[in-house]
Design a protein around this ligand. Structure first.
Ligand SMILES: Nc1ncnc2c1ncn2[C@@H]1O[C@H](COP(=O)(O)OP(=O)(O)OP(=O)(O)O)[C@@H](O)[C@H]1O
Ligand SMILES: [Mg+2]
Length: 337
């Protein structure tokens, strides 16, 4: 390690040690969190200098595509993976040096099914209560609370292997919450779950947050990111930005227009030729256009579509979404490299 790096690391360590807890209300703090896997090609970092913090009782969404580094980040926060650099604090504890204490504050739900398929729902709950130090009457109390909370009361005897995808996720969540963690780390909790169960899972999660638990949740879904207090957009191991969904949407340097017209070929031609539209993409049967001046764009499009005898089914100025933010940031990043 270079002298400079060593100095930087020591300074970062001392800042964190000095400040325990640096800010009592900050339950998760990642400071230049990095991970380089042994043998990685060209010294590429899977997670590169991530810094973010989450105040108590808030939900932070790590939004990113496959391979962005979401799981690696959560594993380091959960103290189950060694970070290449310093440092992360969860519940006021250093996840590398104070693993035992940190883990007591953490409920971790990994991306892949983490339960015992041959054990029943109840047996899984008992097992996870035991390994997390929840014993005696408290254990029974917590198990009943979690069964009610996740609406799994009628399925206690069913083997975990035979649960539906949504129920498996709910059981994993119940197991992660048994020891009343202050911080819940969830890795894609609703991937592979049907839309109804997905909504139900998010209702449960919002109750968890209302109860004061701090949540870091990874997701590839833009609509889920919009439910978080803060979002970090992760791409190629780098945190491109963080902010509230509203602030991120408002920071976009353009507005959005939706258009649907027939014949589609004519509509696409007009949109591709328009100099005042600087990006567009297809969403279902309509096009989503990025424009600087929505009023002018609406007028121009109406005029051009009418002139081409196209039938306008929809033409409107619409709200910017997290997907717009994500696409903008990723394209900006690609243009830089
Ligand atoms: N144990 C490992 N050894 C080497 N490389 C790894 C290892 N685990 C992950 N990686 C690489 O690190 C990068 C980030 O992976 P990670 O699993 O954190 O991404 P992710 O955002 O969780 O992706 P997904 O949405 O597919 O779950 C990827 O390029 C991956 O191939
Ligand atoms: Mg992952």
């Amino acid at each position: 390690m270079s002298l400079l790096k060593k100095f930087q690391q020591t300074s970062m360590d001392s800042i964190l040690r000095r400040s325990k807890p640096r800010n009592a209300s900050l339950q998760v703090e990642a400071l230049e969190l990095s991970k380089k896997f042994a043998g990685s090609k060209n010294g590429i970092y899977a997670v590169n200098d991530l810094s973010f913090s989450v105040p108590q009782g808030q939900m932070f969404g790590l939004l990113g595509p496959d391979g962005a580094g979401k799981t690696t980040t959560l594993r380091m926060l959960a103290s189950v993976m060694q970070a290449t650099s310093v440092v992360a604090r969860v519940g006021g504890f250093d996840t590398q040096r104070e693993k035992r204490q940190a883990r007591q504050s953490i409920g971790y739900m990994p991306q892949n099914f983490s339960l015992y398929p041959d054990l029943s729902v109840m047996e899984n709950l008992i097992f996870f209560a035991d390994i997390n130090g929840v014993h005696g009457s408290r254990r029974n109390e917590r198990i009943q609370e979690m069964l009610t909370f996740t609406r799994l009361k009628d399925f206690t005897k069913r083997r975990a292997a035979n649960l539906s995808g949504g129920m498996k996720k709910k059981l994993a969540l119940a197991c992660a919450l048994l020891h009343e963690p202050e911080v819940l780390l969830l890795d894609e909790p609703s991937t592979g779950v049907d839309p109804v169960s997905r909504r139900e899972l998010w209702v449960i999660l919002s109750q968890v947050v209302q109860n004061g638990v701090t949540v870091v949740v990874s997701t590839p879904y833009m609509d889920e990111a919009e439910r978080c207090n803060q979002v970090g957009i992760l791409y190629g191991g780098k945190l491109l930005t963080t902010g509230t969904p509203g602030d991120l949407q408002n920071s976009l340097p353009y507005e959005i227009i939706e258009v649907k017209a027939k014949p589609r070929k004519v509509m696409r031609q007009i949109v591709s030729d328009a100099a005042y539209i600087f990006q567009w993409r297809t969403i279902g049967d309509r096009l989503r256009l990025s424009v600087k001046d929505p009023k002018r764009a609406l007028e121009e499009l109406q005029r051009e579509l009418n002139a081409a005898d196209a039938e306008i089914k929809l033409l409107r100025h619409t709200k910017r979404t997290m997907e717009d933010v994500f696409i903008h940031l990723v394209e900006e990043r690609r243009a830089q490299v």
